[in-house]
Design a protein around this ligand. Structure first.
Ligand code: CA
Length: 418
């Protein structure tokens, strides 16, 4: 059973109504703090709780949480129990931390003062392709004479094994990649900076309880194996991708960078936003069949800011419920051949486009392969793909009654190729 914090619960810490981190959320991150190294932190409003300080002060039980340095010493049930305890401590009726001024000074710091890391540097990264509107759009562009979806699309969640050591945290810049590109009308490729640099709007799931090689995770049990979700930006080099291998091209066109948001939002915090998801037709094979609500109503928003702009412009709004395959089906499929998964493995959903223009989760679709450049209202600039100095920020949140459970931001700025 999920531990759902009541919608009317209030903390003694002031939280703005549009904050991503009300008491109903309490997500976890990893911050580098001078003199302490990397420590586990939890977000509340615009503040972060430095958890080893609460442990030292005796507010957390040492037997339950031996260290709280990073995520490595903590499993799913310990993390979820910790969230329940933090809810108690943060509740407006609880004075344990509220009335201890000295401890508050040490244990509560502004999020803006922290260097937040990749929540867990993943040992493996898998990227799915489960946004059906994205897959249809890309199919139409690259295979105009064929059915936009390949025959397997509605039978299995297509994916590839990506690159784990280029998963980077929010705020880290992305250097424009170089690669082999076939110029228009040319017969042989050149090696040059990518001209078709793009973002992909995705959500990611961290695995908590792994599974041994030769065993499987069922669709029904999949959620109990998840630590929580983050936002993912699967940066993509379209011109490198096009020459590398069609239709996916998921090697050098993808391996240069993937950004993630800094907070792991627990499945318990996201439970109020569960929905049925879209119909699956034809019916999928029994081992991938959904059990109850396994999709999420999570608002998604992408903004772009060029170096000349003073404010970012929202270029896409979408929703996680536009995924054809649920994150549970993805995990069940990933292990359906006996492939093991481990604590801290990360998988991303695929680009989550909505059905309408303005809901497309990549520049490729928003500008229809550059044919319809995007206008930046503030400066009159145009974009087919991303230029040097452009910053992409992705935000995501579930909207509750009077509060939102959000993820913080997943931001990256493009630097020139070197
Ligand atoms: Ca992708």
């Amino acid at each position: 059973m999920s531990f759902v914090i009541p919608p009317d619960a209030v903390s003694w810490i002031d939280v703005a109504p549009d904050s991503d981190f009300p008491i109903q959320n309490i997500p976890f991150g990893q911050a580098y703090i001078k003199g302490k190294g990397e420590v586990l932190v939890a977000a509340i409003g615009d503040q972060a709780l430095v958890l080893p300080e609460l442990l030292d002060a005796g507010l957390l039980d040492i037997e339950d949480y031996p260290a709280l340095f990073g995520f490595y010493d903590i499993d799913r049930s310990a993390l979820y129990t910790l969230r329940e305890r933090l809810y108690e401590i943060l509740h407006k009726k609880n004075g344990e931390l509220r009335d201890n001024k000295n401890l508050r000074k040490r244990a509560l710091v502004p999020i803006s003062s922290l260097r937040l890391q990749t929540p867990i540097p993943p040992a493996s990264f898998v990227d799915f392709y489960s946004g059906i509107h994205h897959a249809s759009n890309v199919g139409q562009m690259f295979r105009p004479t064929m059915d936009p979806l390949l025959p397997n699309y509605r039978h299995l969640p297509v994916a590839y094994n990506g690159r784990a050591n280029t998963v980077i945290p929010d705020g880290v810049n992305v250097v424009r990649p170089k690669g082999q590109i076939l110029p228009p009308d040319a017969e042989t490729p050149i090696y040059a900076p990518c001209k078709g640099l793009d973002f992909e709007l995705e959500m990611g799931v961290y695995v908590a309880e792994g599974q041994d090689m030769g065993k499987r995770i069922t669709c029904k049990a999949a959620e109990s194996h998840m630590l929580g979700m983050v936002i993912c930006n699967d940066w993509s080099a379209r011109d490198i991708q096009k020459w590398e291998y069609q239709p996916l091209g998921p090697f050098l066109a993808k391996s240069f960078a993937t950004s993630v948001s800094p907070w792991i939002v627990t499945m318990d915090a996201l439970a109020p936003f569960k929905v049925e998801g879209m119909d699956q037709d034809p019916e999928v094979l029994p081992h991938l069949r959904r059990q109850g609500q396994q999709h999420y109503d999570i608002h998604l928003e992408v903004s772009l800011q060029s170096e000349k702009m003073k404010k970012p412009q929202v270029i896409c709004t979408s929703n996680m419920s536009h995924l054809y395959w649920s994150i549970s089906q993805q995990l069940a499929h990933m292990t359906s051949n006996g492939c093991p998964v481990d604590f801290g493995d990360l998988y991303a959903t695929g680009t989550i486009s909505g059905p309408k223009e303005g809901e497309f989760g990549s520049m490729l679709e928003l500008t229809w392969r550059g044919e319809k450049p995007l206008k930046l209202e503030e400066t009159g600039e145009e974009r087919k793909f991303l230029q040097d100095g452009d910053t992409i920020t992705i935000r995501a949140w579930g909207q509750g009654e009077g509060f939102r459970v959000g993820f913080g931001s997943c931001t990256g700025k493009i630097l020139p190729a070197n």
